[in-house]
Design a protein around this ligand. Structure first.
Ligand SMILES: NC(=O)c1ccc[n+]([C@@H]2O[C@H](COP(=O)([O-])OP(=O)(O)OC[C@H]3O[C@@H](n4cnc5c(N)ncnc54)[C@H](O)[C@@H]3O)[C@@H](O)[C@H]2O)c1
Length: 380
């Protein structure tokens, strides 16, 4: 397809899916929603059974199939590579796809360490690749509406932003009585060489980019606390709590877990100068402090992967703004890495301005408009 065809949306993009597992099914459903704009032309997975299932279900068995990502990326007929692989395979796949001139959509996390994030960024800059990170939760209507209300000033200056991404996973079920529903293996997720981290790097990635999107400014310092409450077979955390101070002094908090949940499926809470907002996937509550009750707006559930893929098509074909470019993906990883470093040191860490640079132990607290120096009398 010509570059012009991609830009003005006149051609059907030919998509190659790298990985045919769990999340690839959601992506395939998304691509299939836009038949006039994109088609799944090829699928690769080391497991040919998975490739076949996806091909039959979403491409009428007509997609080309490969057993390696390298072969998929080398296919000159593809315009887009959609990466749905385990975490440790993201970096090589993104770099190879960019060098092969494909547009790239990549599942979270961007990769497993900041040195690789830098290599990815350098490659994307050199090649001019269209790259979007698959931050599907950005497409939840409650989040979009909350951002709109905040931009309109309805709660005044925000002070606290809490982002929540929690569920109790029974993928490994310690209580299974009859053996029919477990225990199951966590697979590559329990192998740190493949996962690169625990719950925070995995599901917590959503909570982290959601916090960054609500704050809309640079995070400057991070404090992390990791716990393993429930998933004893994991080698690291099943629950992360992360405090983030932003440059203006706004304070963020991420609560993310495979061990526990919160009431009502909340995704975020924002409290500001005039009032507060609270959102779940299908509702947004808004309460000024002078109101006796919140007002509630409800939304139809959204297929967030389908919305994300529709927007990716807009980015590639129509030059739409990219909501999850490389710098935001790297910044998300940097906050998570900072939380791990902080939990290990038992100390707050500072985030460099470069989103691919390593966090550093804090020398002195960030001085912001809202920072407090605790008086000597109080410390005694
Ligand atoms: N956005 C979300 O809500 C969400 C949810 C789940 C997973 N994910 C992300 O999607 C990605 C995949 O996760 P998943 O749950 O689909 O995992 P999965 O294990 O179900 O699927 C991964 C697939 O990759 C294949 N694979 C492994 N090594 C390969 C290789 N060398 N070459 C080609 N194929 C290979 C496996 O056979 C498997 O089919 C991860 O990055 C994960 O974090 C995102």
């Amino acid at each position: 397809m010509s570059a012009q065809g991609a830009k003005d949306g006149s051609a059907v993009l030919r998509v190659g899916l790298a990985g045919a597992g769990n999340i690839a099914v959601q992506h395939a459903r998304g691509w299939s929603t836009y038949p006039a704009r994109a088609k799944i032309a090829a699928i690769a997975d080391v497991d040919p059974n998975r490739t076949k299932l996806l091909n039959d279900d979403f491409a009428a068995g007509e997609a080309k199939t490969y057993e390696s990502t390298e072969a998929l990326i080398a296919d000159p007929d593809l315009d887009v590579i959609d990466i749905c692989l385990p975490h440790h395979l993201h970096v090589d796949a993104v770099i190879a796809a960019a060098r092969a001139g494909k547009a790239v959509l990549c599942e979270k996390p961007l990769c497993t360490n900041l040195a690789d994030a830098r290599r990815i960024k350098e490659t994307l800059c050199q090649t001019g690749t269209v790259f979007m990170s698959a931050h599907n939760q950005l497409f939840q209507p409650s989040l979009i509406e909350a951002r709109r209300l905040m931009a309109g000033g309805v709660i005044g200056q925000p002070y606290l932003i809490r982002s929540i991404e929690t569920f109790q996973s029974r993928a490994f079920n310690p209580w299974s009585a009859d053996g029919s529903s477990g225990p199951k293996s966590w697979g590559w997720r329990s192998d740190l060489a493949q996962s690169g981290g625990g719950e925070l790097l995995d599901t917590g990635y959503h909570g982290t980019y959601r916090l960054l999107s609500l704050a809309g400014e640079r995070p400057v310092e991070v404090t992390g606390l990791m716990s393993r409450f429930f998933q004893q077979e994991l080698k690291t955390e099943d629950t992360g709590m992360v405090l983030v101070r932003f440059a203006s002094g706004v304070v963020g908090e991420i609560l993310t877990s495979w061990a526990l949940d919160v009431v009502g499926g909340r995704h975020f809470e924002i409290s500001g100068e005039l009032g507060a907002l609270a959102g779940s996937a299908t509702s947004l509550q808004h309460q000024l402090y002078t109101w006796p009750e919140p007002s509630t707006k409800t939304f139809q559930p959204v297929a967030s992967f389908t919305a994300e893929i529709g927007h990716f098509l807009d980015v590639v074909q129509r030059g739409a703004p990219n909501p999850a470019p490389i710098d935001l993906a790297a910044r998300t990883l940097q906050v998570i890495k900072a939380a791990y470093v902080s939990a290990n040191l038992g100390q707050t860490v500072t985030l460099p301005e470069d989103p691919t640079a390593a966090p550093e132990p804090r020398q002195q607290p960030a001085a912001t408009a809202f920072s407090v120096t605790v008086p000597e009398e109080v410390l005694a």
